[in-house]
Structure formats: structure tokens, C-alpha cells
Ligand binder design. Structure first.
Ligand code: TYD
Length: 386
């Protein structure tokens, strides 16, 4: 049975930053989350049409942080050592990962045409399409079966996992490896980071749920690596051959000991989410009453969920700074907070408090803003001033 356990209210598209004259036509949907008692998969109850989210105006770009650029260069170096003859990336975005490979051996799949154009211009054969079995067959007819399929923060965006994994199984060589990484459900539960939930994240994965769904598609998890990126992620090494090292058993026994396969766990999480909202609003009210100037840092997709669920707008935040050119000069989705370019010399000295919308880059941000004399606010793992 599939059971709804969390309702985050009416939400806009998390990356739909608005031109000032376009606020009237904004699209909203009901952001609810459910638990499948058969597979233990946690998913959105209502999926937004993919063509509305992944458009030619998509703004998130993977090369936007040094952390991610280094992260992709590290895994690419490890893959290159295995000398793959052909590698395919699903969801290649602006090429942060694929640019580490020679053009002759790498194929990109990217539904957002603005990003597909970037890797195409760099000489990578790029399919500006959504991943599915028909695309896998089209790619095979030109490139043959591939040694490695890679996807980062992409598989969790696709509602139909059986179709996705069937397509992977089809295109992967029998001895090939499918490597994919996505935010970890366990990290979300630990951190009460409910902001991982938004339109694009059709699922938040546990390794246990993925094992159930991969195996029914004849794919097997051979190894799991825990990653720090995106607030805690899992990288899975998957193939057509069963057999795994301790990392898989350790991960799954840990998840099961924390009862990720029980509905009660999610009901407790839902209560913590409400508590987090109440505490954040309470803190912001106190700071505002003390005449503090508060801003947001990082107009992340994640922060769209927080701002809309907690009703945080210009009532609390003067503006949000973000390094992404395509977000600057626009209004944040739903709550319409102005997004501006960061100051070259660091955070404006008149600012007292900064809410970390990009809390997953706290170390990078704190290092960059070492001259900021005010205080950062975060909601992970609980609401507090750092
Ligand atoms: P991120 O947290 O990776 O993703 P998501 O949108 O998936 O929640 O987004 C990081 C955003 O934060 C991105 O818009 C760039 C911005 N950012 C800054 O403005 N300054 C910084 O120093 C960093 C690290 C990120």
C-alpha cells in the first residue's frame, strides 16, 4: 500500500525564478510525499509534468560550485583508470562530469536544450531528450552498448524507475557498470532536511528501496559509497551480475536498523518537519523584532520548499544572493524574494544574519565569507544560529 505521510502545501516549481512581470502566471501544485510499504520507496504523490520542469530555461548548473566540479573530476579520474571504450551520462547538465572525458568515448543525454547545447558545442554527441528505452535503442544503433553509464542527481528526478532501469539494462554491456548518485534518504531523515523534497525530486532514495527496484529489473548493487555532497548522498555501483562487497550489506542493515522500511519512521519525520518550520519562523520573528537585517544565501531549489512551506518572503528576508547569472534580477519562486548577485567584497556589512539556503555548501561559503561579522542561520540538522 502507498501511504501519504507529509504535506508541504501548495508549491511553485523549485527552479522557476520569475521575471518581475511574469508573477501572475505562476504554476503551483500540491507537494505531498508518500511511502510505498511494498518497496519502501519514498516518492512525491503528485508528479509535475517533466516538460514544465526541464525546459530550455533550466537554471541549475552543476559547475556552479567548486565542491561539485572537484567531486566530478575525482570520480571521472577513477573511471578513466578503468579505460572505458564508451561512457554515457544521463542528465549531463553543463558538462561538469563529462568534460573530463575525451569526446570520442563520451555520449551525453540532457533534456534541457540550453545545457545540451553546451556539451554539443564542446564536441560531445549530445541527445537533447529524456532518458527511456526508446532513446537507449537509438543510442545503441549509433554507438553500440556502453561500458559505463553515469548519472548524478538525475535518476531521482525520474518518476518511472522500472522504465529507467530497463533502458539502462538494455544499453549497458553485460560486463558494464552503471554508477549513479542521489541524495540519501537517511541523511534527509537525520538532518530533517525536508527541503530535499521538491517537484524535481520524484523520489528520495534509500539503498534498500533501490535494491528492491533494481533487482526486479535484473540489475544488482555491487558497491555503495557514502558521499558528503548535497547534504549526504549515496553513490551506487550497479551491474548485471549479483554479488556485492560489505558496503552494500552494511548500508542496508544500517537503514533497516533505523526502520526506513516502516511507515512510523516517516510519521515521526513529518512531526519533526513541522517543528523545524515553527522553530525557524520563531527565530526569524525574534531577529526581525531585534531589528536585524536578514538575507538568504543561495537561491537553491531546496530553499523554495522552505520559503513556501514556512511562508518566508520579504516579510523576513531583504533579498537572496546567488552566483547563478540566470537567477539574478529575478524573484524567487512562490514567495517572490529578489535574487541578487553577491557583493564582490563579501556579504554587505549592514547584514546581521544570513539564512543558508545552500546549507550543503556551508564549509565552502563560510570559508569564502570569512570577513562576514554577522551570523549564519541554518535549519540542519535543527534550527540554529551558527
Ligand atoms: P545546490 O544546493 O547545489 O542545489 P539545489 O538547487 O539542488 O538545491 O545549489 C546551489 C545554489 O547556491 C546555486 O544556485 C549557486 C548558489 N551558491 C552561491 O550563490 N554561492 C556559493 O558560494 C555557493 C557554493 C552556491
Amino acid at each position: 500500500m502507498v501511504v501519504n505521510f507529509l504535506n508541504l502545501g501548495k508549491q511553485p516549481l523549485a527552479n522557476n525564478f520569475l521575471e518581475i512581470d511574469k508573477v501572475k502566471d505562476e504554476f503551483f501544485y500540491d507537494l505531498e510525499v508518500c511511502f510505498d510499504e511494498d518497496t519502501s520507496l519514498v516518492s512525491l504523490t503528485n508528479n509535475v509534468q517533466k516538460e514544465l520542469m526541464f525546459t530550455e530555461g533550466y537554471v541549475y548548473h552543476s559547475s556552479g560550485s567548486k565542491t561539485m566540479v572537484n567531486h566530478f573530476s575525482d570520480i571521472a579520474t577513477k573511471i578513466i583508470k578503468k579505460e572505458p571504450k564508451k561512457i554515457l551520462e544521463i542528465g549531463s547538465n553543463d558538462g561538469a562530469f563529462i568534460k573530463n572525458f575525451k569526446q570520442e568515448i563520451a555520449v551525453a543525454v540532457e533534456p534541457c536544450s540550453n545545457f545540451a547545447k553546451i556539451t554539443q558545442d564542446f564536441g560531445y554527441d549530445t541527445y537533447n531528450k529524456f532518458w527511456n528505452t526508446s532513446l537507449a535503442s537509438e543510442i545503441e544503433s549509433k554507438h553500440g552498448k556502453v561500458d559505463v553509464i553515469f548519472a548524478a542527481n538525475c535518476i531521482c528526478h525520474i518518476p518511472d524507475l522500472d522504465e529507467t532501469f530497463r533502458a539502462v539494462h538494455y544499453l549497458l554491456k553485460d560486463e558494464g557498470t552503471f554508477i549513479f548518485e542521489d541524495p540519501s534518504l537517511l541523511s534527509m531523515l537525520f538532518n530533517t532536511s525536508y527541503d530535499q523534497i521538491y517537484d524535481e525530486h520524484a523520489h528520495i532514495f534509500s539503498v534498500y528501496a533501490l535494491k528492491n527496484i533494481l533487482e526486479r529489473n535484473n540489475l544488482f548493487i555491487n558497491r555503495v559509497e557514502k558521499l558528503k555532497v548535497h547534504g549526504g548522498s549515496n553513490r551506487l555501483f550497479v551491474s548485471k551480475s549479483p554479488g556485492c562487497d560489505n558496503s552494500v550489506d552494511d548500508c542496508i542493515s544500517n537503514e533497516l536498523s533505523l526502520r526506513i522500511n516502516k511507515l512510523e519512521t516517516y510519521l515521526v519525520f513529518a512531526n519533526k518537519v513541522e517543528e523545524s518550520k515553527n522553530n525557524l519562523v520563531k527565530l526569524l520573528v525574534e531577529l526581525k523584532n531585534a531589528n536585524h537585517k536578514i538575507i538568504g544565501y543561495g537561491a537553491t531549489s531546496k530553499s523554495t520548499t522552505i520559503y513556501n512551506y514556512c511562508r518566508i518572503g520579504t516579510n523576513f528576508l531583504h533579498y537572496i544572493t546567488d552566483t547563478t547569472l540566470d537567477k539574478q534580477g529575478k524573484l524567487s519562486p512562490g514567495m517572490h524574494i529578489p535574487v541578487v548577485a553577491p557583493n564582490k567584497d563579501g556579504i554587505d556589512t549592514k547584514v546581521d544574519n544570513v539564512f543558508l539556503g545552500a546549507w550543503n555548501y556551508t564549509d565552502e561559503i563560510v570559508a569564502k565569507e570569512k570577513y562576514f561579522s554577522g551570523k549564519f542561520i541554518t535549519h540542519v540538522p535543527y534550527v540554529r544560529i551558527i
